[in-house]
Design a protein around this ligand. Structure first.
Ligand code: ZN
Length: 131
């Protein structure tokens, strides 16, 4: 659903999954105007109307994305909601697994030169047989 703010013209994209059945407030990312929205099974039950609110309201759900009338994205803390994460505890850092139960290296972190001692990769680089 698209909430185009009549005050500033910013298009606020209310993504379907969190807003599918939703009754509460959302906030325009452009001018910080709060809107009362009521959506049932993906269809708005009534037109969004401006309402008073605070950023701490428990029924506030920010739009997933917003852009200006000339298609520039509006981002930042308190403007749009961050994308949902499959695992909230993983931020793209390698897992701390280094060796498997047989002591062999497994994926987990970038290899250091010492990890390559006696390995095929070391043999290719140095041109010497592993000892
Ligand atoms: Zn606005």
């Amino acid at each position: 659903m698209l909430l185009k703010c009549p005050k500033c013209g910013v298009k606020n994209y209310l993504d379907p999954y969190p807003f599918w059945n939703f009754k509460g407030k959302t906030k325009c990312a452009g001018c910080d105007t709060f809107y009362a929205v009521e959506i049932a099974t993906g269809s708005p039950m009534r037109a969004p109307r401006p309402i008073n609110g605070t950023p701490k309201d428990p029924d506030l759900l920010l739009p997933g994305f917003a852009d200006t009338p000339d298609n520039k994205p509006v981002m930042g803390e308190g403007k749009t909601r961050p994308a949902p994460r499959a695992r909230a505890d993983v931020y793209g850092k390698p897992k701390p697994i280094v060796r498997n139960s047989r002591g062999r290296l497994v994926a987990g972190r970038p290899l250091t030169p010492a990890d390559l001692v006696g390995s095929r990769a070391r043999y290719v680089v140095e041109g010497k047989e592993p000892k």
